[in-house]
Ligand binder design. Structure first.
Ligand code: PSU
Ligand code: MN
Length: 304
């Protein structure tokens, strides 16, 4: 039944059948996260980094109603060019998009779902969604957190942007039993900056140990995912005051424009980028590269 919707690329299928390491990548970052052509260039460069680190990349998306685990260059180009026209697809969108034969850019949530369907257990991205500021009245909590609670995929990210309430995001993850690991750090990274003022649950310093903990979680039958937060390399990290000012302004504009629902995150991300210019885009690209390399190294240890 699932087979008619799931389309695993030949390269990804061969790697999975041979028990070789595979790393999933999301497509919202391509269609909604960066401008064309940097989005396509970055997506292809991330795939190369994963290959250089000994794993096979599987860029995930929904194209013509098919859940793709592994996109071709042409498909990545297509998603990048269409940009915001592609539906940002969360869990609630999957059935409609598949039934209609439509396209969708996968968020952290749907990338985890499709990776798991395909048998891929590790995924690299930039930042995850979380509990929005003001969620005590809006109830705007990203479906990413719920997916981390239930789907057994390790997500390697650079933490979350402080467009979110990072404290509440950590509380939510704790309630739902998701381990939050700092890679080489005791502090939750805040995407553009290495620090956030909030602690992680555990610090881990090697890909081997990340793999061991994830394997143990599976062996214990606990289910659910694991969140690995990998700080942006020092040389690309941004000035906290500059970023905070841009985030405050973006939040103000979102409120003034009555932005809500699934539009909130893309709106805030685009505004922050606009207000900080090219600096934040190059930092964003570099942290994704850094996460891809760590995920590939960890994927290689998972098979052992
Ligand atoms: N945060 C980022 N960059 C992103 C996203 C979030 O710093 O690209 C994207 C991811 O695809 C994430 C999604 O899964 O936004 C979360 O959207 P929402 O907050 O609507 O759940
Ligand atoms: Mn939301």
């Amino acid at each position: 039944m699932l087979k008619q919707y799931l389309d695993i690329s030949p390269e990804v299928k061969a790697a999975l059948d041979a028990g070789k390491p595979v790393v999933a990548l999301e497509s919202t970052i391509i269609s909604h996260g960066m401008p064309y052509p940097q989005n396509v260039e970055t997506a292809l460069a991330v795939e190369d980094i994963i290959r250089q680190n000994g794993a096979t990349p599987a860029t995930i998306a929904i194209i013509g109603g098919k859940l793709k685990a592994g996109c071709t260059k042409d498909e990545i180009e297509y998603l990048g060019k269409k940009g915001q026209e592609v539906t940002k697809a969360s869990r609630r969108d999957l059935a409609v998009l598949c039934a209609r034969g439509a396209d969708g850019a996968t968020t952290v949530t749907t990338t985890m779902i499709i990776a798991h369907m395909a048998g891929i257990s590790i995924f690299a991205t930039g930042g995850i969604g979380g509990v929005h500021r003001g969620a005590e009245t809006t109830m705007d909590i990203s479906a990413d957190l719920e997916e981390l609670a239930h789907t057994p995929v390790m997500v390697v990210c650079a933490g979350a942007k402080s467009i979110l309430d990072l404290g509440l995001t950590l509380e939510y993850l704790e309630t739902h039993g998701v381990p939050v690991i700092g890679y080489g750090t005791e502090e939750l990274p805040a995407f553009y900056t290495r620090k956030s003022g909030f602690g992680v649950d555990y610090r881990v310093d090697t890909p081997e140990e990340l793999a061991k903990i994830f394997r143990t979680q599976k062996e214990l039958g606990l289910g659910g995912g694991m969140l690995v937060t990998n700080p942006i390399p020092e040389e690309y990290s941004m000035d906290k005051a500059t970023i905070d000012a841009a985030i405050d302004e973006a939040l103000r504009q979102a409120e003034a424009n009555g932005v809500h629902g699934k539009a909130t995150t893309p709106f805030l991300l685009a505004k922050v980028k606009e207000l900080t210019g090219g600096d934040s885009l190059s930092s964003n690209i570099q942290l994704v590269f850094n996460n891809a390399a760590l995920a590939a190294k960890t994927a290689a240890c998972l098979g052992k």
